[in-house]
Design a protein around this ligand. Sequence first.
Ligand code: FES
Ligand code: FES
Length: 227
Amino acid sequence: MSNQGNNEPQAHSDDDRHHFNLTRRDLLKVGAATAATAAVPSGVALASEPPVTPPPEITAVRFTVNGEARELDVDTRTTLLDALRENLHLTGTKKGCDHGQCGACTVIVDGRRVNSCLTLAVMHQDADITTIEGLGTPDNLHPMQAAFVKHDGYQCGYCTPGQICSSVAMLEEIKAGIPSHVTLDLVSPPSMDADEIRERMSGNICRCGAYSNILAAIEDVAGGQKS
Ligand code: FES
Ligand code: FES
């Protein structure tokens, strides 16, 4: 009769005991091997020990930020985002994901929008960089900044600097005739319609979901730039 479902202790057969003894011996062997490895003196190099990484180089980088010449000594691994925020204290540019997925860190480099978390500062010698601080001032807003205010294009505002830098450069891309994935006619200049704007701004994520007002703000500015 089957003992399944019965909670009473079960008697072990000879086979079970033999199996248990083997398993226990194997465990003792593994334990001894582990202890031997741990007992290797710290000064003795193991064959598989990884090579020592040399310390990072410090490099001077010169670029123009918001119209001002800047020079920095930075670790070669420093991202442009960290150079702007940590070294130059331009904290308007936001760090969201730090993985190139949200667009919060978008700045304009030589006229093109760039995710500054994905690029190293030393890759931008002599570049012309514009951050949100360089687009306008509280007393003299850039038209895109004014449109975001007018259309209530933000809630928490964390994505807003990246949205504004991205949209300013994006409209220049359309004016330059650069097509996107939704451009149907590759011979004529792309239009500044909602589909084009949505597609081209798809790399800028708004966690508050202020998209409808962001689109209204960009369309407002785009409407004024249509030829
Ligand atoms: Fe750079 Fe998110 S912080 S893309
Ligand atoms: Fe809050 Fe966009 S306004 S993330």
